[in-house]
Design a protein around this ligand. Structure first.
Ligand SMILES: [Zn+2]
Length: 407
């Protein structure tokens, strides 16, 4: 269920400090004009929301999460620390089998929560392995369809148990892309599969065959990770896939010298490979340095309350806060950059069409109790109104019928 169609947002603050009135029509922004102080009574059939000078941003983009893994909406489960990556994968499998709540229920609960926090677009990875096969994908395809009026969802076929070391996975990934997954994933080609070319041959081969994008989890550290970033950049360039390839995490960039970061950033920027970070303590890539080298960086939640990670709220402004803290972002300009990681940069990395605050673009919007993007990132304050495709999908305390300050 979605709320009413909105005809106009009156008195919102744009990121550049202009106070404007925004007119919406047929799910799009039709006009943005300077705010008119004079109060005119709207026609009875027009749905006008007075926003009292609150900040307007395009709806947030969560560029990396795992909707199939979350335990959101189920009772709290203590985290069990365990050893190797393979042991943790086995533990997760056992826990998910015992939980007794379907993926559709848990994923929907989390997705609805994300919507209430102003997220309009999500890229979710979904496990494809010899055990679950395409089960998780089919369930997330169902969730995507059920929530299509509130949230757009991209799905990445994610080989959680490896590509070349897990029997039958290349065929399962092929089937996943045929069944509706938008992108092909990967997982530590060296550290997990021990075969960089073997995994990348499958991943890039399937991407080419299906015309799909690529989003590879890369946790491998130091020079081992750096070498794989160069290999990915090289393949991306050779195959002309600029703008369609993401590396998620790339902790290695937070562990090597500035010289190595700059050299690798040049290769990634030249190839059009984007980087996703969730702001991990101690291993976050140096986001400002990457920006200055022309690399498109964007943000995602990654794991939210699941077998891997107890934390997470799905709040993309809070994610921008976490990245800002970890990256030492302090000035308004730098905090504005943090905001772009969950809006414009993420939208560009995900290839979202018609995104942003301009006439003709999609009316996927969030009104925030802040005066500017810097304040929004610093305090991740309340989301007053969330609009998707021109309709209200979440509303807090925005008042009607007068234009007094609403927050
Ligand atoms: Zn992930």
């Amino acid at each position: 269920m979605t709320g009413p169609m909105v005809d106009a947002l009156v008195d919102v603050m744009l990121p550049d400090g202009r106070r404007v009135d925004v007119t919406l029509r047929d799910g799009r922004i039709s006009a943005i004009a300077d705010h008119q102080q004079a109060v005119s009574t709207p026609a009875a059939d027009r749905h006008v929301v007075y926003c009292g000078g609150a900040l307007l941003l395009p709806a947030f983009v969560d560029g990396h999460c795992h909707l199939d893994k979350t335990f959101w909406g189920t009772p709290w489960r203590p985290h069990r620390a365990s050893g190797s990556l393979r042991e943790r994968i086995a533990h997760e499998r056992e826990l998910r089998a015992r939980i007794g709540v379907p993926v559709t229920t848990r994923a929907t609960a989390l997705a609805e929560h994300m919507v209430s926090l102003g997220t309009g677009h999500v890229r979710s990875h979904v496990d494809i392995d010899p055990d679950v096969k395409l089960d998780g994908l089919h369930q997330l395809l169902e969730v995507r369809e059920a929530l299509r009026d509130k949230l757009s969802i991209q799905l990445v076929a994610f080989p959680q148990s490896g590509v070349v070391t897990a029997p039958g996975v290349p065929d399962l990934l092929d089937a996943a892309l045929a069944a509706g997954a938008d992108l092909i994933g990967g997982l530590d080609p060296a550290g997990f599969d021990g075969d960089v070319d073997g995994q990348l041959d499958v991943v890039f081969g399937l991407a080419e065959r299906h015309g799909a994008g690529i989003d590879i989890h890369l946790h491998d550290g130091g020079d081992l990770g750096i070498r794989q970033l160069h290999a990915i950049a090289e393949r991306t360039k050779t195959l002309g896939l600029s703008g369609k390839v993401t590396v998620s995490h790339a902790y290695c960039l937070g562990q090597v010298s500035d010289v190595s970061v700059d050299r690798t950033a040049t290769a990634l920027a030249g190839a059009g490979v984007s980087l996703m970070t969730n702001g991990p303590a101690g291993t976050m890539p140096p986001v400002l340095r990457l920006r200055d080298n022309g690399v498109r960086v964007f943000a995602g939640s990654d794991n939210i309350r699941d077998a891997w990670w107890s934390y997470g709220t799905g709040d993309m402004l809070e994610r921008a806060t976490i990245i800002g803290l970890e990256g030492g972002l302090m000035t308004d300009e730098e905090l504005g950059y943090a905001a772009s990681l969950v809006t414009d940069s993420a939208a560009a990395a995900l290839g979202l069409a018609d995104y942003g605050l301009a006439p003709g673009n999609r009316a996927d919007l969030v009104v925030i109790a802040a005066a500017n993007p810097a304040e929004a990132v610093a305090g991740h304050p309340e989301r007053l109104l969330v609009v998707h495709d021109g309709r209200v999908v979440s509303r807090k305390t925005v008042r009607h019928a007068d234009n007094s300050k609403a927050w």
